[in-house]
Design a protein around this ligand. Structure first.
Ligand code: OGA
Ligand code: MN
Length: 304
Protein backbone atom coordinates (compact mmCIF):
# COMPACT_ATOMS: atom_id res chain seq x y z
CA UNK A 1 0.00 0.00 0.00
CA UNK A 2 1.33 3.49 -0.77
CA UNK A 3 2.18 5.87 2.06
CA UNK A 4 -0.59 8.25 0.96
CA UNK A 5 -3.22 5.52 1.11
CA UNK A 6 -1.92 4.25 4.44
CA UNK A 7 -2.37 7.72 5.91
CA UNK A 8 -5.95 7.98 4.60
CA UNK A 9 -7.97 8.26 7.82
CA UNK A 10 -11.22 6.93 6.39
CA UNK A 11 -9.47 3.63 5.73
CA UNK A 12 -9.18 3.03 9.48
CA UNK A 13 -12.59 3.99 10.77
CA UNK A 14 -11.31 7.39 11.94
CA UNK A 15 -13.37 10.48 11.20
CA UNK A 16 -12.05 14.04 11.45
CA UNK A 17 -14.45 16.96 11.82
CA UNK A 18 -12.94 20.46 11.67
CA UNK A 19 -13.63 22.66 14.72
CA UNK A 20 -12.30 25.93 13.31
CA UNK A 21 -11.76 27.44 9.82
CA UNK A 22 -7.95 27.11 9.82
CA UNK A 23 -6.99 24.30 12.24
CA UNK A 24 -8.24 21.97 15.01
CA UNK A 25 -10.50 18.96 14.48
CA UNK A 26 -12.42 16.40 16.44
CA UNK A 27 -11.38 12.78 15.93
CA UNK A 28 -14.00 10.04 16.27
CA UNK A 29 -13.61 6.31 15.95
CA UNK A 30 -10.93 5.50 18.54
CA UNK A 31 -11.17 4.00 22.02
CA UNK A 32 -7.87 4.98 23.62
CA UNK A 33 -8.10 2.19 26.21
CA UNK A 34 -7.08 -0.09 23.33
CA UNK A 35 -3.67 0.03 21.68
CA UNK A 36 -3.60 1.76 18.29
CA UNK A 37 -2.73 -0.19 15.18
CA UNK A 38 0.27 1.12 13.27
CA UNK A 39 -2.07 2.39 10.54
CA UNK A 40 -4.26 4.23 13.06
CA UNK A 41 -1.18 5.92 14.54
CA UNK A 42 -0.06 6.97 11.05
CA UNK A 43 -3.52 8.38 10.33
CA UNK A 44 -3.58 10.35 13.62
CA UNK A 45 -0.12 11.77 12.96
CA UNK A 46 -1.13 12.81 9.42
CA UNK A 47 -4.20 14.54 10.86
CA UNK A 48 -2.01 16.25 13.49
CA UNK A 49 0.23 17.57 10.71
CA UNK A 50 -2.80 19.10 9.07
CA UNK A 51 -4.93 20.24 12.04
CA UNK A 52 -2.30 20.69 14.83
CA UNK A 53 -5.01 20.23 17.50
CA UNK A 54 -7.15 17.09 17.81
CA UNK A 55 -9.95 16.46 20.30
CA UNK A 56 -10.76 12.87 21.34
CA UNK A 57 -13.96 12.91 23.39
CA UNK A 58 -15.33 10.47 25.95
CA UNK A 59 -12.04 8.72 26.69
CA UNK A 60 -12.10 6.90 30.04
CA UNK A 61 -8.35 6.39 30.25
CA UNK A 62 -5.96 6.19 33.17
CA UNK A 63 -2.38 7.50 33.36
CA UNK A 64 -0.88 4.31 31.90
CA UNK A 65 -3.27 4.30 28.94
CA UNK A 66 -2.56 7.98 28.33
CA UNK A 67 1.19 7.25 28.35
CA UNK A 68 0.74 4.25 26.03
CA UNK A 69 -1.19 6.42 23.55
CA UNK A 70 1.57 9.04 23.67
CA UNK A 71 4.31 6.54 22.94
CA UNK A 72 2.83 5.95 19.48
CA UNK A 73 4.14 9.36 18.45
CA UNK A 74 7.47 9.87 20.18
CA UNK A 75 9.43 9.86 23.42
CA UNK A 76 7.62 10.90 26.58
CA UNK A 77 9.32 13.88 28.26
CA UNK A 78 10.12 13.98 31.97
CA UNK A 79 7.98 16.45 33.94
CA UNK A 80 9.90 19.67 34.72
CA UNK A 81 10.29 19.88 38.49
CA UNK A 82 10.94 23.52 39.11
CA UNK A 83 8.87 24.37 42.15
CA UNK A 84 8.58 22.31 45.32
CA UNK A 85 9.29 19.03 43.65
CA UNK A 86 9.14 17.15 46.94
CA UNK A 87 5.41 17.88 47.21
CA UNK A 88 4.15 16.27 44.02
CA UNK A 89 0.71 14.64 43.95
CA UNK A 90 1.48 12.19 41.14
CA UNK A 91 4.30 9.71 41.72
CA UNK A 92 5.07 9.22 38.03
CA UNK A 93 7.42 11.88 36.64
CA UNK A 94 6.13 11.34 33.10
CA UNK A 95 2.58 12.51 33.84
CA UNK A 96 2.35 16.25 34.38
CA UNK A 97 -0.11 17.26 37.10
CA UNK A 98 -2.10 20.13 35.58
CA UNK A 99 -4.41 20.55 38.57
CA UNK A 100 -5.03 22.87 41.49
CA UNK A 101 -4.61 20.02 44.00
CA UNK A 102 -1.88 19.15 46.49
CA UNK A 103 -0.59 15.70 47.43
CA UNK A 104 -3.39 15.48 50.03
CA UNK A 105 -6.02 15.94 47.30
CA UNK A 106 -7.07 19.33 48.71
CA UNK A 107 -7.21 22.62 46.80
CA UNK A 108 -3.92 24.53 46.88
CA UNK A 109 -3.99 27.56 49.18
CA UNK A 110 -4.08 30.99 47.54
CA UNK A 111 -0.47 31.74 48.41
CA UNK A 112 0.92 28.26 47.70
CA UNK A 113 3.98 28.59 45.47
CA UNK A 114 2.73 25.78 43.25
CA UNK A 115 -0.52 27.65 42.62
CA UNK A 116 1.30 30.87 41.78
CA UNK A 117 3.65 28.93 39.54
CA UNK A 118 0.72 27.17 37.79
CA UNK A 119 -0.86 30.54 36.98
CA UNK A 120 1.87 30.91 34.34
CA UNK A 121 -0.20 28.51 32.18
CA UNK A 122 -2.63 31.37 31.62
CA UNK A 123 -0.06 33.15 29.42
CA UNK A 124 0.16 32.17 25.73
CA UNK A 125 2.97 29.65 25.46
CA UNK A 126 4.36 26.58 23.78
CA UNK A 127 5.13 23.71 26.16
CA UNK A 128 8.77 23.09 27.08
CA UNK A 129 10.09 25.79 24.75
CA UNK A 130 12.51 26.37 27.67
CA UNK A 131 14.07 22.95 27.12
CA UNK A 132 17.02 22.66 24.72
CA UNK A 133 15.00 20.12 22.76
CA UNK A 134 11.46 21.39 23.21
CA UNK A 135 8.12 19.54 23.01
CA UNK A 136 6.45 17.93 20.03
CA UNK A 137 2.93 17.00 21.18
CA UNK A 138 1.15 17.64 24.47
CA UNK A 139 -1.82 15.45 25.41
CA UNK A 140 -4.11 16.83 28.10
CA UNK A 141 -6.86 14.69 29.62
CA UNK A 142 -9.77 16.01 31.68
CA UNK A 143 -10.40 13.96 34.86
CA UNK A 144 -12.25 16.56 36.96
CA UNK A 145 -13.53 19.86 35.58
CA UNK A 146 -14.98 22.95 37.29
CA UNK A 147 -18.62 23.96 36.64
CA UNK A 148 -17.56 26.90 34.50
CA UNK A 149 -14.44 28.53 33.09
CA UNK A 150 -11.13 26.77 32.66
CA UNK A 151 -11.29 26.59 28.87
CA UNK A 152 -8.04 26.10 26.99
CA UNK A 153 -7.37 28.31 23.97
CA UNK A 154 -5.13 27.36 21.07
CA UNK A 155 -3.60 29.61 18.41
CA UNK A 156 -2.33 28.46 15.01
CA UNK A 157 1.20 29.81 14.53
CA UNK A 158 1.44 28.70 10.87
CA UNK A 159 -1.64 30.69 9.93
CA UNK A 160 -0.30 33.59 12.00
CA UNK A 161 2.99 33.46 10.11
CA UNK A 162 1.19 33.36 6.74
CA UNK A 163 -0.77 36.49 7.71
CA UNK A 164 2.28 38.61 8.62
CA UNK A 165 3.26 41.37 6.19
CA UNK A 166 6.21 40.40 4.03
CA UNK A 167 8.55 43.00 5.63
CA UNK A 168 7.77 41.65 9.09
CA UNK A 169 8.41 38.09 7.91
CA UNK A 170 11.80 39.14 6.55
CA UNK A 171 12.64 40.91 9.82
CA UNK A 172 11.78 38.06 12.16
CA UNK A 173 12.77 35.01 10.12
CA UNK A 174 16.49 34.96 11.12
CA UNK A 175 15.92 35.83 14.80
CA UNK A 176 16.82 33.62 17.76
CA UNK A 177 15.09 34.01 21.13
CA UNK A 178 16.11 32.92 24.63
CA UNK A 179 13.53 30.90 26.56
CA UNK A 180 13.39 30.13 30.29
CA UNK A 181 10.66 29.12 32.75
CA UNK A 182 11.76 32.02 34.91
CA UNK A 183 10.88 34.55 32.19
CA UNK A 184 7.24 33.42 31.98
CA UNK A 185 6.85 33.33 35.76
CA UNK A 186 8.49 36.74 36.20
CA UNK A 187 5.88 38.23 33.83
CA UNK A 188 3.31 37.61 36.58
CA UNK A 189 5.60 38.86 39.33
CA UNK A 190 6.57 35.38 40.54
CA UNK A 191 10.32 35.79 40.76
CA UNK A 192 11.53 34.64 44.18
CA UNK A 193 13.39 31.62 42.83
CA UNK A 194 15.86 29.78 45.03
CA UNK A 195 19.44 29.39 43.74
CA UNK A 196 18.66 25.69 43.00
CA UNK A 197 15.63 26.69 40.94
CA UNK A 198 17.61 29.33 39.08
CA UNK A 199 20.26 26.76 38.24
CA UNK A 200 17.56 24.66 36.52
CA UNK A 201 16.37 27.59 34.43
CA UNK A 202 19.35 28.50 32.29
CA UNK A 203 17.89 30.14 29.13
CA UNK A 204 17.98 28.12 25.91
CA UNK A 205 18.06 29.53 22.35
CA UNK A 206 15.26 28.75 19.88
CA UNK A 207 14.46 30.01 16.41
CA UNK A 208 11.66 32.58 16.35
CA UNK A 209 10.50 31.14 13.01
CA UNK A 210 10.72 27.42 12.35
CA UNK A 211 9.70 25.04 9.64
CA UNK A 212 7.06 22.58 10.77
CA UNK A 213 8.37 19.23 9.71
CA UNK A 214 5.12 17.37 9.13
CA UNK A 215 3.55 20.00 6.88
CA UNK A 216 6.60 21.77 5.47
CA UNK A 217 5.01 25.11 6.45
CA UNK A 218 6.80 27.93 8.27
CA UNK A 219 5.55 28.77 11.74
CA UNK A 220 6.14 31.46 14.33
CA UNK A 221 7.67 29.96 17.45
CA UNK A 222 6.46 32.22 20.23
CA UNK A 223 6.05 31.54 23.93
CA UNK A 224 5.65 33.36 27.23
CA UNK A 225 8.96 31.72 28.14
CA UNK A 226 10.84 34.14 25.84
CA UNK A 227 12.96 36.69 27.72
CA UNK A 228 15.08 38.19 24.96
CA UNK A 229 16.23 38.06 21.35
CA UNK A 230 19.86 37.70 20.36
CA UNK A 231 21.43 40.92 19.09
CA UNK A 232 18.56 43.17 20.20
CA UNK A 233 18.12 45.45 23.24
CA UNK A 234 15.77 43.78 25.71
CA UNK A 235 12.88 46.30 25.58
CA UNK A 236 12.91 46.21 21.78
CA UNK A 237 12.94 42.39 21.85
CA UNK A 238 10.12 42.07 24.37
CA UNK A 239 8.05 44.67 22.51
CA UNK A 240 8.50 42.74 19.27
CA UNK A 241 7.51 39.48 20.98
CA UNK A 242 4.48 41.18 22.49
CA UNK A 243 3.46 42.64 19.13
CA UNK A 244 3.85 39.29 17.35
CA UNK A 245 1.93 37.50 20.12
CA UNK A 246 -0.93 39.99 19.86
CA UNK A 247 -1.12 39.51 16.11
CA UNK A 248 -0.83 35.73 16.32
CA UNK A 249 -3.58 35.31 18.90
CA UNK A 250 -6.28 37.33 17.15
CA UNK A 251 -9.66 35.57 16.92
CA UNK A 252 -9.19 34.22 13.35
CA UNK A 253 -6.27 32.09 14.61
CA UNK A 254 -7.78 30.92 17.92
CA UNK A 255 -9.81 27.84 18.82
CA UNK A 256 -11.25 27.80 22.36
CA UNK A 257 -11.86 24.38 23.88
CA UNK A 258 -14.60 24.02 26.50
CA UNK A 259 -13.75 20.84 28.37
CA UNK A 260 -16.03 17.87 28.89
CA UNK A 261 -15.06 15.08 31.24
CA UNK A 262 -13.00 12.49 29.40
CA UNK A 263 -11.77 14.81 26.65
CA UNK A 264 -8.21 14.21 25.53
CA UNK A 265 -6.84 17.15 23.56
CA UNK A 266 -3.59 16.69 21.66
CA UNK A 267 -1.70 19.70 20.30
CA UNK A 268 1.45 20.22 18.32
CA UNK A 269 3.71 22.62 20.24
CA UNK A 270 5.89 23.13 17.17
CA UNK A 271 3.21 25.19 15.44
CA UNK A 272 0.64 26.26 18.06
CA UNK A 273 0.48 28.21 21.30
CA UNK A 274 -2.08 27.70 24.04
CA UNK A 275 -3.23 29.19 27.33
CA UNK A 276 -5.53 28.18 30.16
CA UNK A 277 -8.46 30.47 30.90
CA UNK A 278 -9.41 31.47 34.45
CA UNK A 279 -11.77 29.48 36.68
CA UNK A 280 -12.66 29.59 40.38
CA UNK A 281 -9.62 27.57 41.40
CA UNK A 282 -9.96 28.44 45.09
CA UNK A 283 -13.45 26.85 45.10
CA UNK A 284 -13.49 23.96 42.61
CA UNK A 285 -11.05 21.19 41.72
CA UNK A 286 -9.81 20.90 38.16
CA UNK A 287 -7.77 17.77 37.56
CA UNK A 288 -6.06 17.48 34.20
CA UNK A 289 -3.16 15.19 33.33
CA UNK A 290 -0.64 15.97 30.62
CA UNK A 291 1.70 13.66 28.76
CA UNK A 292 4.28 15.53 26.68
CA UNK A 293 6.47 14.22 23.88
CA UNK A 294 9.90 15.62 23.07
CA UNK A 295 10.84 16.94 19.65
CA UNK A 296 13.82 15.43 17.82
CA UNK A 297 16.36 18.28 18.24
CA UNK A 298 16.80 21.91 19.34
CA UNK A 299 15.15 24.23 16.79
CA UNK A 300 18.52 25.67 15.75
CA UNK A 301 19.58 22.17 14.68
CA UNK A 302 16.45 21.71 12.55
CA UNK A 303 16.37 22.93 8.95
CA UNK A 304 14.43 26.14 8.45
C1 OGA B 1 -0.77 22.67 29.75
C2 OGA B 1 -1.46 23.97 29.85
C3 OGA B 1 -3.64 24.97 30.19
C4 OGA B 1 -4.90 24.56 30.84
O1 OGA B 1 -1.32 21.66 30.21
O2 OGA B 1 0.33 22.65 29.17
O3 OGA B 1 -0.90 24.97 29.53
O4 OGA B 1 -5.97 25.02 30.41
N1 OGA B 1 -2.74 23.90 30.24
O5 OGA B 1 -4.84 23.75 31.77
MN1 MN C 1 1.07 24.43 28.56
Amino acid sequence: MSAALRADPSAHGLRFTPLHPVFAARCDGLDLRQPLTRDQAVAVEAAMDRYAVLVFSGQCIDDDQQLAFGRNFGEVEAVPSLVDQGRRRLPDNQVNDISNLGADGQLLAADDRRRMYNLGNALWHSDSSFKATPAKYSMLHARVIPPHGGETEFADMRAAWDALPREMQDQVKPLVADHSLMFSRAQLGFDDFTPEEQAKCVPVPQRLVRRHMGSGRLSLYLSAHIGGIHGMPKPEALMLVRELTEQATKPPFVYSHSWQLGDLVVWDNRCTMHRGRPYADKLYPRDMRRVTLGDVAPTLEQPQ
